[in-house]
Design a protein around this ligand. Sequence first.
Ligand code: ATP
Ligand code: MG
Length: 433
Amino acid sequence: MEKLWIADEAAAVMDALSRAGIRSWVVGGCVRDMLRGKTPHDWDIAAAAAPQEMETALSAFRLLETGIRHGTVTALVNGSPVEVTACRGEGEYRDMRHPESVTFHCSLEEDLARRDFTMNALAYRPSDGLIDLYDGVRDIETGVIRCIRRPEDRFREDALRILRALRFSAQLGYRIEEETGAAIHALAGNLRVISAERCAAEFCKLILGAYAAEVLQEYGDVIAVILPVIAPMRGFYHREEHGGALWRHSVVPLAFAPENLAVRLALVLRDCAKPVTQLCGDDYPGHAERGAELVREALRRLKLPSALIGRTAELVRFHSALPDANRSAILRALNVLGEETLLELMDMREADRLSHGEDTADIARLREKTKELTACGACWQLSQLAVSGDDVKALGYSGREIGQTLQRLLDAVMDGRCENTHAALEAWLSTKN
Ligand code: ATP
Ligand code: MG
């Protein structure tokens, strides 16, 4: 019998349950991850007991009871949360309407049957070994995402599973089994009833996945349900790159992008306004600015955090605006964009170039030069200028002239026309008047 490693905190919870005569198993994603040779990032335990019995058995731990109505408590063991759920089947919902007569179905089989995919329906306990009622091990070994029972029924029960299938495929590189895939395409519209927050959480995990490009390409119809802004991109053809298909051109660079959510969202959405700004041929006047507006709207609908929305829209707006690798151009770009955004724009351009098999040495040089400049304290913002508004005022400037003069001084410093010292700036000003 195969022995699997279980983290101390999960083992401590299982021991406590066992001392109270309650059988328990580690279940779900953590078993899947152990079998994949990955350390699980959280531990879920199913216990064959009613919630109150479970709570009593775990009273030695600090317990968070937020999910107790659904039969879940979270035990904090040395600071790590371990989620413990009373085994439950579909009957639970009926029973929960009559709290006086709660009878949780204490069968592991029923608990596993309500889970989403075969790879997520595994249970393990050291004395019994692995419990694999749906051939989840085989599917992990061959890299397949397959619904338990009839996919259409399972997606009708809970449409979020549609997005979960896509995000697991994007994270793990597993292929989605045919029937499951067909049901996903057929029932994608049901995602409209799922809250924006839950869709967004899965979509963000999806787009950060190592295999996101493939999944977005194959399931663009599904993504268009939660992000309608991409719908016009899907049938749109532009230049010859990537066969001319705009959607493909938008997602393929993801395979070369860093794990940065704003960069990845901006890459996928950067050309979303091309279909609505096309004049003739390859002319799309203002597509970056219009794209930034559309992206803002689209991500607001998904209720993403406003800081992330702002950063993504900024990247879309400036996605074709990389400076030349000379000092003055870089400093001016830093002035407009800030260091973080400028470096992220380089990541985007690099991913795009790599997706075409093109050389990126010039971007590497630009990145290096930019980092050199910021590290050595080069001046690219007013706060770094060696003279202040008060200094300029003391020289006889007043009102709006003060700000304009500071800007002229900053421009002169960024262009290398004047050194950034008090004396040099003052001297420069006197020669200019
Ligand atoms: P992750 O590594 O992202 O945590 P996970 O598989 O652990 O992946 P969770 O959302 O933590 O995902 O869910 C834990 C387990 O609960 C899943 O493995 C699955 O068995 C079950 N589960 C979660 N959401 C659903 C759902 N919508 N429908 C059915 N079962 C679900
Ligand atoms: Mg989990």
